[in-house]
Design a protein around this ligand. Structure first.
Ligand SMILES: [Zn+2]
Length: 162
């Protein structure tokens, strides 16, 4: 369990759980509340994956990567369960689903509006920094319509060495 470092839940020390702002992620109790607030029953499987997803700050994962991570943390779940849970989390608004052409579906724990770089040669999704967001201007919606979301993926790869 060393992977979780200082965020690891200490058995029997419930006082640690309640301290807010203990790091970039959220505590075990926060994960439970987050699930319940979204109308999801905090089952053992959802808690295990929720902890991996939301315990370390914002991140982008694929189902396959999360499955490998769960295995590494000795959490035994099938890949199908990981897929289903990620879909349920997305439908509940806990995750944002991002389809990348030529890659798999990505899941983003940051559900707020932001754009992405997709690094092709590393198969990696990165957030476009806020100061670059201003450069990419949003169009106004057609008459009688409103913008409900925008997915901008800027594809990049390592530049050739000069
Ligand atoms: Zn993102």
């Amino acid at each position: 369990m060393t992977r979780l470092g200082t965020m690891t839940r200490q058995p029997g020390s419930s006082a640690q759980e309640t301290s807010p702002g203990a790091g970039p992620g959220c505590s075990f109790r926060n994960v439970r509340e987050r699930l319940q607030d979204s109308g999801l029953r905090p089952t053992r499987q959802r808690m295990a994956l929720g902890w991996l997803l939301f315990g370390k700050g914002d991140r982008h994962v694929t189902a396959e990567a999360l499955y490998e991570e769960a295995r590494g943390a000795k959490t035994l779940l099938s890949l199908a369960t990981v897929y289903n849970t990620l879909r349920q989390f997305s439908e509940a608004g806990l995750l944002r689903e991002i389809a990348v052409y030529g890659s798999r579906i990505w899941y983003d724990t940051n559900t707020g509006p932001h754009f992405h770089f997709y690094v092709e040669d590393r198969d990696q999704l990165l957030d476009v920094p806020d100061d670059l967001m201003a450069v990419l201007k949003m169009p106004t919606a057609p008459n009688g319509m409103e913008i409900i979301g925008a997915d901008v993926i800027v594809r990049v790869k390592a530049a050739p060495q000069a």
